[in-house]
Structure formats: C-alpha cells, structure tokens
Design a binder for this molecule. Structure first.
Ligand code: B16
Ligand code: MG
Length: 217
C-alpha cells in the first residue's frame, strides 16, 4: 500500500537538469572535452564531485583533488547563475495538481534530491511548502545510486520503505530507490529508464488510476 511519494527534484519537479547540463557542457568546452546530452545521462542524480570524475573519465584526463574541486565549484557557480534567473512558471505542468491529489488521498510527500542547491531551488520557485520532508545533498554521505537519501526521507516521514513510491528521472536515482526497497516511477524514456516499475514521459502524466495499479500488486 503506497503511503508516501518521494520526488526527486532536478528533472522531476523542474527542468534544472537542463541547467546542470549547460553548466557541465560549458566546463567541458573549456577543458576541450567532447560532452553530449547522452554523456550527460551518466551525471544525472550523482553528486557534484562524482559528476566531475565522470567528466574527467570522458575526457581521459586526471586532476589533483584540489583542481577537481576547483572546477566542480566553477561549474556550480554557473549552475547557480542559471537557477537564480528561474521563475515559478518553470515548475513542470501538472506537478502541483498531482501533489494536491496525492495529499487528498492521505499520501505523505517528500523530496529526495542529491543536489546541495535543492533548498535554493525550492525557495526560488516558492514550493517549499509542497513537501512535508525535504532531504538533499547536504544531508547524506553517499549519493544516488546509494539508497541513503531515500531511506532518510522514509525515516523522516516515519513510513516503511516498501510503502514508498519514488519519482526519478535518473538511472542512478532509480537504482537507489530499488536498493532502498521502494517502488519507482521513471520520468523520461522507457529505453533509458527500463529498470523502473513504470515509466511515464512527464511527472504530470501520473494519474490516480496508476496509483491504484501500484496498490493492486
Ligand atoms: P549539486 P537530483 C542531482 O539532483 C542532479 O540530478 C545531478 O545532476 C547533480 O550533479 C546533483 O544533484 C548534485 O547537484 O551540484 O547542485 O549539489 O536529480 O537528485 O534532484
Ligand atoms: Mg533528477
């Protein structure tokens, strides 16, 4: 029985995944590393420093810890610049209505984002109040695909992980949700997110009939 829904942020609630890509692409260009949207799939959901390491792997370069952190911080400055220009209308269509419908059914709502910027994004979009519990990259030791953030969200809600349904756009996030023993809806392409229990194109496409189907199994 689904008692809680845990939402990822970037790529599920709002298109900040696009801004992460643009900032990484800008850094890759500066470093002379070829970096495509397909490459970017590997960076989704994982921590900032792990993303930097993946970029280095793609470019076949090695850097000192200091250099690595310096470049990751540079990327973050650009990301924050993009995010600060965001407006509340950038929240994906149907998301607010979906959360309201879930709440009407007595379902608890949490956020589980790997991003250390998650609270800033929620604040800028004026959507902090949609979530009963917010867990983010500042509260965990191991980033997705580790289940830590999902287990923390469930613990804070006081709900058994098996009664939680996660919405995720990243392969790493889906793996984390499954490792936490939760059900998972993938947001994006079936081909990419086939490990999820169900895949839909947009968060707002989720219906209460789909919720009933999860409860029926
Ligand atoms: P930051 P999510 C993740 O957020 C992003 O998908 C991922 O691309 C990013 O590297 C990670 O947050 C860390 O973000 O650099 O802002 O701390 O999808 O889990 O909401
Ligand atoms: Mg995401």
């Amino acid at each position: 029985m689904i008692k809680a829904v845990i939402f990822d942020l970037d790529g599920v609630i709002v298109d900040t995944a696009r801004y992460h890509f643009l900032a990484w692409k800008r850094l890759a260009d500066e470093l002379g590393i070829k970096f495509t949207e397909e490459d970017n799939e590997r960076l989704k959901g994982v921590s900032r420093i792990r993303s930097m390491e993946i970029l280095m792997e793609l470019g076949g370069i090695t850097l000192s810890q200091y250099e690595k952190e310096k470049l990751a911080n540079k990327k973050n400055t650009w990301f924050v610049d993009y995010v600060e220009r965001m407006i509340p209308e950038e929240i994906y269509s149907g998301v607010r209505v979906l959360i309201e419908k879930l709440k009407e059914r007595g379902i608890h709502i949490a956020l589980a984002s790997s991003s250390k910027n998650a609270r800033t994004v929620l604040h800028l979009l004026h959507i902090q109040n949609l979530f009963e519990v917010v867990t983010d990259g500042t509260m965990i030791t191991h980033s997705k695909p580790d289940p830590e953030i999902f287990l923390l969200a469930a613990e804070k809600l006081g709900i058994d992980p098996k009664d939680c349904l996660v919405f995720e756009d990243a392969e790493a996030g889906i793996e984390g949700a499954l490792a936490a023993g939760m059900l998972c809806v993938g947001i994006g392409s079936q081909e990419q997110l086939f490990k999820a229990h169900k895949v839909i194109r947009h968060t707002g496409d989720f219906t209460m009939e789909m919720l009933d189907e999860f409860n029926a199994v």
